[in-house]
Design a protein around this ligand. Structure first.
Ligand SMILES: *Cc1c(COP(=O)(O)O)cnc(C)c1O
Length: 402
């Protein structure tokens, strides 16, 4: 194909900067190939992928089953509009309801990304508008929350830097301290339509909320008549060693994306309980691509593999081992996370500097701030692979502090 010749990273980076809008800054590498937990750049260098496309590549790169399922679905039926459905779409919706222990009457809406799933959730929760005498005009989110970049989801996102240039934003959001049950109790009253919570705040640096907090959120929102939305875009689909980090607490709405398609774009909103499904009726929402057969086939292959290969247990065991190893490295501060969504703090030095040094040493990692490194590798990663990173860590810490 024209324009896809074997060019060096430098030549491709130049073409990138001349053709791609600069919202992401300069790309760290030009990647050309992936297999399992490794990727290769245009100059032939190999990297162990400890970020997994930001918690997306559930089954690693070029997984044979995922590849063959996507390929054969595309060769059979690739896209139909939502005037139609396909067996694949129905099967994935049923499977999501099953693994989320959804009560009878629960329903699924498919989108294409995390932010779109949250937009759908916002539209749904807007319908919980109260009455003319007692309107529900507020949405509650948590400090350090990240829910996406489109205007509705951006309204919920805590970082002032992301929001301020695009004011005014559509939602009237109040942020409260994460994990503080008393603050939640005080904030959630009859003026609140919905509360949005990430069970673990991934973009904020893997900040966990306790099971007790999630349960309290369930009780407080029910009592106030507000809808509870769990954003499991990053934490869902086995990432934490359970299908959903919030289990067994059942929200009114859950949003999913990242890991669901194993690298194929798909988002989903699960609406729990028959009463909640009545908020959105024919004509209230839509999408052209959402729920297309190829994306849904990818989701089915991911869930099938997680179950068949007993990946949830693997994620729990491997994650616990990883945290123990990280905590034993001199220079590593706090270690946080669940399953294979983890972060550690540097006692000295700069996390972005460590990211650069790690790339040079053949590891893809991510800095969520100046001091914090996040790891979200494919769920299939082995201890042996992670051990190569642990062995390199003292050198990387030294480079970060230099
Ligand atoms: C990544 C993320 C989103 C946004 O997903 P996109 O697919 O990038 O739109 C929303 N919520 C959480 C918790 C995320 O981690």
């Amino acid at each position: 194909m024209a324009g896809l010749g074997n060019q060096s990273s430098a030549a491709l980076a130049e073409r990138y900067s001349n053709s791609l809008l600069g919202v992401f800054g300069a790309p760290q590498r030009v990647l050309v190939r992936g297999a399992g937990c490794h990727v290769w750049d245009a100059d032939g260098n190999q990297y162990l992928d400890l970020l997994g496309g930001i918690a997306v590549n559930t089954l690693g790169h070029s997984n044979p089953l995922l590849t063959s399922v996507i390929t054969s679905q595309l060769a059979t039926l690739g896209h139909v509009s939502n005037f139609f459905t396909s067996p694949t779409q129905i099967a994935l919706a049923e499977k999501l309801l099953q693994i989320s222990a959804a009560p009878a009457g629960s329903k699924v809406f498919f989108a294409n990304s995390g932010t779109e799933a949250n937009e759908a959730a916002l539209k749904l929760t807007r319908r919980n508008a109260g009455t003319e005498q007692a309107p529900r005009t507020k949405v509650i989110a948590l400090e350090h929350a990240f829910h996406g970049r489109t205007l509705g989801a951006l309204s919920l996102t805590y970082k002032e830097k992301y929001r301020a240039p695009f004011a005014p934003l559509p939602e009237n959001v109040t942020w409260i301290p994460a994990g503080d049950i008393q603050a939640l109790r005080e904030a959630v009253d009859h003026t609140v339509s919905a509360v949005f919570i990430e069970p673990i705040q991934g973009e904020a640096g893997v900040l966990e909320l306790s099971a007790e907090y999630l349960q309290a959120a369930r009780e407080i929102t029910t009592e106030a008549g507000a809808l509870l939305v769990f954003d499991e875009v990053q934490t869902g689909m086995g990432r934490t060693g359970e299908f959903f980090a919030s289990a067994p607490v059942i929200p009114d709405v859950m949003t999913l994306a990242k890991g669901l398609g194993g690298g194929f774009p798909i988002g989903a909103m699960i609406v729990f309980g028959e009463a909640n499904t009545s908020w959105l009726t024919p004509g209230d929402h839509g999408t052209t691509f959402g729920g297309n057969p190829v994306a849904c086939a990818a989701g089915l292959a991911v869930i099938h593999t997680i179950e068949k290969d007993n990946l949830l247990a693997h994620v729990r065991e491997t994650g616990a081992w990883l945290r123990e190893q990280l905590a034993g490295v001199h220079g590593v501060g706090a270690v946080r996370g669940a399953g294979l969504l983890n972060a550690f703090e540097l006692l000295n030095g700069s996390a972005p500097k460590m990211v650069a040094a790690a790339l040079d040493a053949g590891f893809i990692i991510n800095a969520t701030d100046e001091r914090t490194i996040r790891l979200a590798p494919p769920l299939v990663i082995t201890r042996e692979q992670l051990a190569t990173f642990i062995a390199a860590l003292p050198g990387l810490l030294a480079a970060a502090a230099a």
